[in-house]
Design a protein around this ligand. Structure first.
Ligand SMILES: [Zn+2]
Length: 553
């Protein structure tokens, strides 16, 4: 039996033998006997792939690809399994998410199970630690009991550990330990734009309502320190790999600091970041004076100084806070003066040739943004900058045409997955077409699918695909009638997003020259019943030809 301690000698012998048998021409890895959906322009399906130096060097039949291997090549027999390109989310807030080691109810459709998960976490919690669920679910997703978490129930499963269960940005359920830790009692004044709920006798119910209330409580939940955050970022990336995510566009978020980016930058610098992150600068000025400050930053801005794992690509998603609409609010228009403030920033970015991704949802404000961009384009052409709008829940045909004329792309998201029922309550029948996937697909504009996770929807891309194809939210309610085909949805969640994130040469399809970012699936994406697409899971995830996740390991 060879003794490992002789490692240096052993390694020397091994390498010379290896080199003699693994010629420079041979490939590193081959995947054979699969149903590989390449998502190339002709949506070709092949049996096998060959990978060398992180990239695909050949695609074809198993027989052809086997010829490229030698004894040093890793051979993965797919045994007929389906493979798709790694799923790219064009718009999420996962960089910020690493600040909390939160519990997630992604795809949990049983309230009893959710309660069990909370109880388990509470039992494992160290002194001073909170159990927090910061959005990403809604009461409607619980098919057994579509309701929240009363104070007494949370107290029974977590008598001493603070618990905060936030539902989207609408309200949050706390237990008594959480109220104590947040220093909330019957005398605590309501936060701005929020309500600390009391019952008829004036006693706290444990519920805090409104966006202001949610922000007030979220501010009380301790954030992880730098070291713990770095560990959590790694854990989060593995979780995302297990869901099928291999790359995302990060749209920043409220309260972001340079410290939020560090864990990912450090992992990338060490070659240990198992996902690709392309982020935009987030600033949320709310007054003309604050716009002045932001404008001072733009001359020095220099995107694209990173690498294919971690790179800064531009600006967004919000530009001027007062014009940031909300999905669960009817809003016909925003103030023209506020649009003018947004244009000050957009114009400065256009002059620097910098990419801008703007959050805009409702029909009226979309018109206002487009009119502003069309005017700006007459002075400083923006057509070549690939600017993008995010969400576009109420976009119409005419507006899509105007976007195309400006060379813009559209980023469309699965927020109705958990907000569908609420959207119908607020917008009535209009909600059936929010967002209008079918209309957008038929317009021919380049558009991509994403989530906008973590607070306003689930993080699971297969839920996003399932929703775009079936119109059903978590829990099964049918809420959207703008369905697209499986092929259209997959292209929108891979190849099109690669273009949106300036990575069309590297990502988005399993073709020669592209990075080997792929998912080996547990079932076949093209033939599984549409309602089960949401339940698809990778058995293996690869990024750059490296296995970053394997089910059961
Ligand atoms: Zn967003």
């Amino acid at each position: 039996m060879l003794n490992i301690s002789n490692k240096p000698l052993f390694l020397l012998i091994f390498f010379s033998a290896f080199l003699s048998t693994h010629s420079a021409l041979a490939v590193d890895t081959i995947l054979v006997n699969g149903k590989i959906i390449t998502v190339d322009d002709r949506f070709t399906i092949v049996q096998a792939l060959a990978i060398k130096n992180q990239r695909i060097v050949a695609a074809g039949s198993s027989g052809e690809i086997r010829k490229l291997a030698d004894s040093g090549t890793t051979v993965i027999d797919l045994q007929g399994r389906t493979v798709i390109p790694g799923l790219i989310d064009n718009h999420s807030h996962w960089i910020r998410a690493a600040e909390h080691d939160e519990l997630r109810f992604d795809g949990v459709t049983s309230r009893a199970q959710a309660l069990q998960m909370l109880a388990t976490r509470a039992r494992m919690a160290k002194p001073g630690e909170w159990v927090s669920v910061l959005g990403g679910w809604s009461e409607e997703q619980f098919t057994d009991a579509p309701r929240g978490f009363p104070l007494a129930e949370l107290d029974s499963i977590a008598p001493d550990t603070p618990v905060a269960v936030q539902s989207i940005y609408n309200h949050v359920y706390l237990n008594s330990a959480g109220l104590r830790a947040a220093k909330i009692d019957e005398t605590t004044p309501n936060p701005p734009n929020g309500t600390i709920e009391k019952d008829a006798s004036g006693k706290l119910t444990g519920v805090v309502r409104g966006a202001g209330g949610v922000a007030f409580v979220a501010g009380k939940v301790p954030k992880l320190e730098a070291e713990a955050r770095a560990i959590n970022a790694r854990k989060l990336v593995t979780y995302l790999n297990s869901l099928g995510i291999t790359a995302w566009g990060d749209a920043g978020g409220r309260g972001m600091t340079a410290g939020h980016y560090e864990p990912y930058r450090q992992l990338a610098d060490k070659g240990e970041l198992n996902v690709r992150v392309f982020w935009t600068t987030i600033r949320q000025p709310a007054t003309p004076e604050q716009v002045d400050k932001v404008l001072a930053e733009i001359p020095a801005l220099k995107p694209f100084q990173g690498n294919d794992y971690f790179d800064h690509i531009g600006w967004g998603e919000s530009v001027y806070s007062p014009i940031t609409t909300q999905l669960l609010r009817v809003q016909k228009e925003v103030k023209p003066d506020d649009i003018a403030q947004m244009v000050r920033i957009a114009s400065a970015l256009a002059q620097r040739g910098i990419y801008l991704n703007s959050h805009v949802e409702m029909n009226g404000p979309i018109d206002q943004f487009l009119a502003a961009y069309e005017d700006l384009n007459k002075v400083t052409p923006i057509k070549a900058l690939r600017w993008s709008f995010s969400h576009l829940d109420q976009i119409d045909d005419q507006q899509l045409l105007r976007m195309k004329r400006l060379g813009m792309t559209a980023q469309i998201h699965s927020r109705p997955l958990i907000q569908g029922v609420l959207m119908h309550r607020v917008h009535g029948d209009k909600a059936w077409d929010m967002p209008p996937f079918r209309r957008i697909q038929d317009s021919g504009i380049l558009w991509g699918l994403g989530s906008d996770a973590t607070a306003v929807t689930t993080s699971n891309p297969f839920y996003t695909l399932g929703f775009a194809i079936t119109g059903k939210m978590v829990g099964g309610h049918h809420v959207n009638r703008q369905s697209i085909t499986r092929e259209e949805a997959l292209i929108a969640h891979t190849r099109s997003n690669a273009f949106i994130l300036f990575q069309e040469g590297n990502l988005g399809s399993l073709q020669k020259g592209k990075y080997a970012d792929l998912l080996v699936l547990d079932k076949d994406y093209l033939t599984i019943p549409a309602d089960n697409i949401k339940d698809l899971k990778p058995v293996m995830t690869m990024v750059g030809g490296k296995i970053v996740y394997k089910a059961g390991q």
